[in-house]
Design a protein around this ligand. Structure first.
Ligand code: GLA
Length: 411
């Protein structure tokens, strides 16, 4: 307590460290653009798409993906049951709309080069499955790879971009996750732009999720190529994995925004490897980062506690805030971190994150947000669901180990 408050006093005295969000953004090409961000020419899309390309991801996408929980154990039955559960659990109402089958749905190519879904696991074919998902009011996604093979050794799309994109559009695919295995000798800027163009040429709005693991700094060039770009390697269902990925996001805030988002990987919430407090921290920080919220748990059997977390209206609203500002780490005192993001209408979301082994008091001074020393904004504890009233000077709370306190501030 003493240490945090004395830190705050020093900060107040210095009157420094003002978190003025909104640095320079890379130019945003308009939908239906003719020149890609890398100088690659994008052929005009005919017919004109019903949705402008950049508008496909005005806010970070939300949905569910099979990989984190099910790996290669995917099937028609599983996907239908997941779609049902997304509706009955309230996940769909909370905003989770894409149902994405990750690796292992595909087995080979036919004589015409068309990709063949596993006939045992998907006996009804992909069109029928997409129709089922669509009938639930949800959207349908698939996975492929920019190299010759996917990470699980299935056929990739290298050299088959146009035929695959046409096939996806014919099946009714709304989302493509595009991986980076077997990519030796492949230029990522060309490979991802090629698939982006092939998808664009179908005329169907398809969200393009680039999974290049941050190897070639995609945040510097992927806006306009993909709607989301992985900024890290794979997440695993453990606290050190979450914190490692979080650390990699610190300097990337300036690259995220409406139309294109950093992607620190999918959610592990509910998969069993972390405590409820740790999942709360993971989910909160992904919302603070304006990360895609792609659930990766078994939504058919999740506990009420996990369901309440994933569907928490106010936390999801922070993730989906239309201003699209990724949070910045405004102060780090060892294991104790303060993250802040500006929201539309002048509010702020502040996360006090305790990465240490013991409970600790963490605070934030309004001066750190650029407010005057006498400011008395209204403070709401989001997870507690309680309004704390107008508070002058600073807000401090005792944060349990591996947990977070999330407040929304209205100046
Ligand atoms: C890579 C990706 C993961 C997942 C697997 C599937 O590791 O980063 O998200 O798609 O491949 O094989």
């Amino acid at each position: 307590m003493k240490r945090t408050l004395s830190t705050l006093v020093i900060l107040v005295a210095l009157g420094a460290l003002v978190c003025a969000q909104g640095g320079t953004k890379p130019a945003v090409p308009a939908g239906g653009n003719s020149m890609g961000p890398n100088g690659l020419t994008v052929p005009p899309q005919t017919p004109a798409p019903a949705v402008a390309w950049m508008d496909i991801a005005k806010t970070p996408p939300m949905g569910w993906n099979s990989w984190n929980k099910f790996g290669c154990n995917v099937s028609d039955t599983l996907i239908r049951e997941i779609a049902d559960a997304l509706v009955t659990s309230g996940m769909k109402n909370a905003g989770y709309q894409y149902v994405v089958i990750d690796d292992c749905w595909q087995v080979s190519r036919d004589a015409q080069g068309r990709i063949v879904p596993d006939p045992q696991r998907f006996p009804n074919g992909m069109k029928a499955l997409a129709d089922y998902v669509h009938a639930k009011g949800l959207k349908f996604g698939l996975y492929s790879d920019a190299g010759a093979r996917t990470c699980e050794g299935r056929p990739g799309s290298n050299g088959y971009e146009a035929v695959d994109a046409q096939q996806y559009a014919a099946w009714g695919v709304d989302y493509l996750k595009y991986d980076w295995c077997s990519s030796d000798g492949v230029d990522p800027k060309i490979a991802y732009a090629t698939m982006r163009n092939a998808l664009g040429a179908t005329g169907r709005p398809i969200l393009f999720s680039m999974c290049e693991w941050g190897r070639n700094k995609p945040w510097e060039w992927a806006r306009g190529v993909a709607h989301i770009w992985r900024s890290t390697g794979d997440i695993s269902d453990r606290w050190p994995s979450f914190t490692r990925l979080l650390d990699l996001q610190v300097d990337l805030w300036k690259f995220s925004g409406p139309g294109g988002w950093n992607d620190p990987d999918m959610l592990e919430v509910g998969n069993g490897g972390m405590t409820i407090a740790e999942y709360r921290a993971h989910f909160t920080m992904w919302a603070m980062l304006a990360a895609p919220l792609i659930a990766g748990n078994d939504v058919r059997t999740m506990t009420p506690e996990i369901r309440a977390m994933l569907t928490h209206k106010e936390v999801v609203a922070i993730d989906q805030d239309p201003l699209g500002k990724q949070a910045r780490l405004i102060r780090k005192d060892g294991d104790y971190e303060v993250w802040a993001r500006r929201l539309q209408g002048g509010d702020w979301a502040i996360a006090l994150l305790n990465r240490g082994r013991d409970a600790h008091e963490i605070g934030v001074a309004w001066l750190e947000l650029g407010m005057g020393a006498t400011a008395a904004p209204k403070v709401r504890d989001v997870w507690a669901g309680s309004d704390l009233g107008a508070i002058t000077g600073l807000f401090a709370a005792t944060v349990p180990s591996h947990d977070v306190v999330l407040v929304r501030i209205t100046p």
